[in-house]
Design a protein around this ligand. Structure first.
Ligand SMILES: [Zn+2]
Length: 429
C-alpha cells in the first residue's frame, strides 16, 4: 500500500535483503515494545545468537535507528550497554482527508501528537484546493520538527482503496478525484514514503494500537461522519477483503425505499445517518412546517442538530433517535455476521452520547443474536476527532517497525551527534 516509486528512492538507510530482514524486524519490535534493552536481553528474548544480534544491532546503529543509551550496572561480568530506538530523530505525519475537512498530525514513534492542524474544506468537490490545503497543513505541523527526519506520511481517504491501485480514489464515491494521485503528489513534495488507506481501516488501526481495541484481537470500528464506514481487525490485522472494499458498512441497505445515496443506490446506511443526510432530513421537516429551534440555526449543520437535541428540541431528538435506531440495525447485522468481541463507534455522531447510544443499543438487542450480544462489547472511541489521522500515522509506524528500510537516512544535522554518541561508546559485548 506504500507509494514509493523505486526510481525516485536512492537513499535507503538499511538494505533489508542483505540485513536479515526478518531478524532485524524482530529485534526492532522487541526494542520498541520494551523501550530499552541490552544486546544480551535481545538475544535472550528473540532466541537469536549473540553474534547475530550484535551484527543486526551494528546495522541499526549505523542506520541511526538505534543508539547506545547508557551503561547499566554490572550483574557480574561486563556491564551491559543499554540500547534504545532513536525516537527523537524521527517523526511521522498522519493525515485525514475527510469528506468535508482535512486534519494533519505530526506524531512521534510512540504515537504522541506533537503538532496538529485542521481545516474545514469541501474535499469531495475540490481536489486541487484540497491538495493545496493538505500541503499547507502538513507544512504547518512540520514546523518545529527540525532535527527529526520524516519516516513517512499516512493518508486516510474517505473511500475504499484497491491494494492493486493504492493511489487511485474511488470515482464512485469521489467522482472528481479520478485524475488525482494524492500519494504520488505527497511523495514528490516530501520525499518520504506515503501510505494510503481507507479512513475507517485506519481508525481501527488507531484503536488497536492506542485505544479501546488494544486488548482485542478481533474487533470492528464504525465511523459515522459525512461518510459511514467500518474497519475490521481480525487476528490483529486489518481485514480488507479481496479488493479492499471490505467494511463498506455505509453502503449496506437499511431501507430499500430509503433516500438516494451518493453511491447511486437507495436507502444505504450512509444515506440514513451520514451527517449530510441528517441535515437534509432536518431541512425537509422544516420545509414541511415542523416547528423546531433548528429554524434559527444558520448554518444548519450536524453540530446544530446535536446541540438542539441536547436542549430537548423535539425534531432534533427525533432525527438523532432515528439515526441511533438505524445505526443499531447496522451494528446488529455486523455482529451477527462477524461476531467481534468489541465494536468501537467513532465520528462526530457519537458526540450525541446517550441520545444516539440508547436507541442504538435497543435496536441492537432487538436484532442481534443473543450469543452475539452476550459476547460483544460496544464502546465509543476515546481517541476523539484525531482517531483517523492518528491511525494513518500509526500505520506508517507499524510498517517502519516491520521494515526498517523505511527509516530515512539521517540528514547532515543528525550525523554529528549520531557519530559522536556511537564513537563515544566503543565497548561491544
Ligand atoms: Zn450507498
Amino acid at each position: 500500500m506504500f507509494i514509493r516509486p523505486d526510481n525516485k528512492l536512492t537513499q535507503r538507510a538499511v538494505d533489508t535483503s542483505s540485513m536479515r530482514s526478518h531478524n532485524s524486524r524482530l529485534l526492532l519490535e522487541l526494542l520498541w515494545r520494551a523501550g530499552e534493552l541490552s544486546r544480551a536481553d535481545l538475544a535472550r528474548e528473540s532466541g537469536l545468537s549473540r553474534s547475530t544480534v550484535s551484527a543486526i544491532v551494528a546495522d541499526l546503529l549505523d542506520a541511526g535507528i538505534v543508539s547506545e543509551s547508557h551503561v547499566a550496572p554490572s550483574q557480574g561480568g561486563r556491564p551491559p550497554i543499554v540500547l534504545r530506538i532513536e525516537e527523537d530523530r524521527f517523526c511521522i505525519v498522519g493525515v485525514e482527508l475527510g469528506a468535508s475537512h482535512i486534519t494533519a498530525l505530526r506524531i512521534d514513534l510512540r504515537g504522541r501528537v506533537r503538532a496538529e492542524a485542521s481545516r474545514e474544506h469541501p474535499v469531495e468537490h475540490d481536489p486541487a484546493g484540497s491538495m493545496a490545503l493538505l500541503f499547507t497543513l502538513i507544512d504547518q505541523v512540520l514546523v518545529g520538527s527540525q532535527g527529526s527526519a520524516l519516516v513517512g506520511v499516512g493518508l486516510a481517504v474517505p473511500c475504499p482503496i484497491d491494494p492493486r491501485q493504492p493511489d487511485r480514489l474511488s470515482t464512485r464515491i469521489l467522482p472528481r478525484w479520478g485524475e488525482v494521485r494524492p500519494g504520488t503528489e505527497l511523495f514528490e513534495r516530501y520525499g518520504a514514503s506515503v501510505l494510503v488507506d481507507n479512513d475507517a481501516n485506519l481508525g481501527a488501526v488507531a484503536e488497536r494500537w492506542w485505544g479501546a481495541g488494544q486488548a482485542a484481537a478481533d474487533f470492528s470500528y464504525v465511523k459515522v461522519a459525512t461518510g459511514v464506514g467500518s474497519g475490521h481487525i481480525f487476528g490483529g490485522e486489518v481485514y480488507r477483503g479481496a479488493y479492499g472494499i471490505a467494511g463498506e458498512i455505509g453502503h449496506t441497505a437499511i431501507d430499500p425505499a430509503g433516500p438516494p445515496c451518493r453511491c447511486g443506490r437507495q436507502g444505504c446506511l450512509e444515506a440514513m445517518i451520514g451527517s449530510a443526510s441528517m441535515v437534509r432530513r432536518a431541512r425537509e421537516q422544516l420545509a414541511a412546517g415542523v416547528e423546531s429551534a433548528l429554524r434559527a440555526a444558520s448554518p444548519l449543520t450536524l453540530g446544530a442538530i446535536l446541540g438542539a437535541a441536547r436542549a430537548g428540541d423535539t425534531l432534533a431528538l427525533r432525527i438523532v433517535g432515528e439515526a441511533g435506531q438505524y445505526l443499531g440495525i447496522a451494528v446488529a447485522n455486523l455482529v451477527n455476521l462477524l461476531n467481534p468481541s468489541l465494536v468501537v463507534l467513532g465520528g462526530p455522531l457519537t458526540e450525541a452520547g446517550a441520545l444516539i447510544l440508547e436507541p442504538m443499543q435497543r435496536e441492537l438487542h432487538e436484532r442481534a443474536l443473543w450469543t452475539s450480544i452476550e459476547t460483544t462489547d460496544v464502546r465509543v472511541s476515546a481517541l476523539g476527532h484525531r482517531a483517523i489521522a492518528l491511525g494513518a500515522g500509526t500505520a506508517v509506524l507499524h510498517a517502519a517497525l516491520q521494515d526498517p528500510s523505511l527509516f530515512p537516512v539521517p540528514g547532515p544535522a543528525l550525523r554529528g551527534p549520531l557519530l559522536a554518541s556511537a564513537s563515544s561508546s566503543n565497548v561491544h559485548p
